[in-house]
Ligand binder design. Structure first.
Ligand code: XMP
Length: 333
């Protein structure tokens, strides 16, 4: 039997009862696989790695070492949430690495999106590898691989070209050889979420919208600067808050702000005020291959515009992106 192929008769996990049965099965399988050895996990705070972390905490407790790398491109409050949920509430063994300066220094002056992705991906592996080398006795690496990732790799092996290079954690350096632990690799995303809720993870984390590995790095368009990145993070937090208030966050698949490297003239306190525009993008899709635009009520758009232009230093306009995919990709870079 191919361990990477979902059996045709495998029941879809749609209820808490089915999730509990799956969890019990995986807890036993992980214990049998790793014995008393340590397992390392890159915990981004995304749905998949968070569910794997919670599952492994249940299976092996402190034998799991989670490493959360903050590349300085996280959304507002995200790293803090990871620390609170996993270290404080679940009592997980969590190493937090603030690598903001390492990433932002390397990205200085780099405007090409694919170069930015490569730098972020490569540095991510290096920071993670540095942490792994500091730990003794780790023989296993846990990953939040899910079934669509396996299907996607099969497609790529068949020679179909990807539009953007999405894979963030490629291979680790030669000196770090681990056996993989991938407890959710045969599950689809909706099943991973049901399992996450059954493990007691917060609803907001389990239903978190997708967030690209390079994070805000591909939304701070062109060469990233700290001031524009800060403005983007603050504007994005306002968008998320307002979507929570009006219920759109439960409905829209992905929504965010992008800030391009252009300035326009505005006026504030009776003086000329040059600032960047914040671009709102809110899309719906089932597979991210094509996407349609969410129709945001004008009252909500007015409130978001008012808040962003008053509360975020450096932003003097708010624009709405109405472009479906295709022709626009979901991200701007
Ligand atoms: P695009 O922009 O290609 O995005 O229409 C489709 C989905 O993929 C996400 N995305 C990424 N995810 N690394 C990731 O992990 C990346 O480099 C990357 N680029 C885009 C995007 O957010 C959307 O959900």
């Amino acid at each position: 039997m191919d361990a990477n192929k979902r059996p045709e008769n495998m029941e879809r996990i749609t209820t808490p009862e089915l999730a509990k049965a799956f969890i019990d099965e995986q807890v036993a399988a992980v214990r049998a696989q790793v014995g008393d050895k340590k397992v390392l996990l890159a915990l981004s705070g995304g749905v998949d790695s968070s569910v794997v972390a919670a599952l492994l905490v249940k299976a092996i407790g402190k034998q799991l070492v989670c490493v959360h790398v903050n590349h300085g491109l996280m959304r507002k409050g995200e790293s803090e949430d990871v620390i609170r949920i996993f270290r404080d509430e679940m009592d997980a063994n969590l190493v937090y690495v603030d690598a903001t300066d390492r990433f932002l220094n390397l990205l200085e002056g780099v405007s090409d999106p694919e170069k930015k992705r490569k730098i972020i991906g490569k540095e991510f592996i290096e920071v993670f590898a540095d942490e792994a080398r500091k730990l003794d006795g780790v023989e296993f690496l846990a990953q939040g691989t899910i079934y669509p990732d396996i299907l996607e790799s099969v497609k790529q092996a068949e020679g179909k070209k990807a539009v953007k290079s999405h894979h963030n954690v490629g291979g680790l350096p030669e000196d770090l050889k681990f056996e993989l632990v991938e407890p959710v690799k045969l599950l689809f995303k909706d099943e991973v979420r049901v399992v996450g809720e059954a493990l007691g993870l917060p609803h907001a984390m389990v239903y978190r919208q997708p967030f690209p590995g390079p994070g805000l790095g591909v939304r701070c368009l062109g060469a990233i600067t700290r001031d524009r990145l800060h403005a983007l993070r603050e504007a994005d937090a306002i968008l998320r808050e307002e979507f929570d208030i009006c219920g759109l966050s439960e409905k829209v698949w992905q929504y965010f702000i992008a800030v391009p490297d252009i300035k326009s003239v505005g006026v504030k306190d009776e003086s000329r005020y040059e600032g960047w525009p914040a671009i709102i993008r809110a899309v719906n899709t089932t597979d991210a291959m094509s996407a349609t635009i969410e129709e945001i009520p004008y009252a909500v758009l007015h409130k978001i515009t008012d808040r962003i232009t008053h509360e975020v230093e450096g932003i003097n306009r708010v624009l709405l992106d109405l472009t479906p995919k295709p022709i626009g990709t979901i991200e701007w870079e």
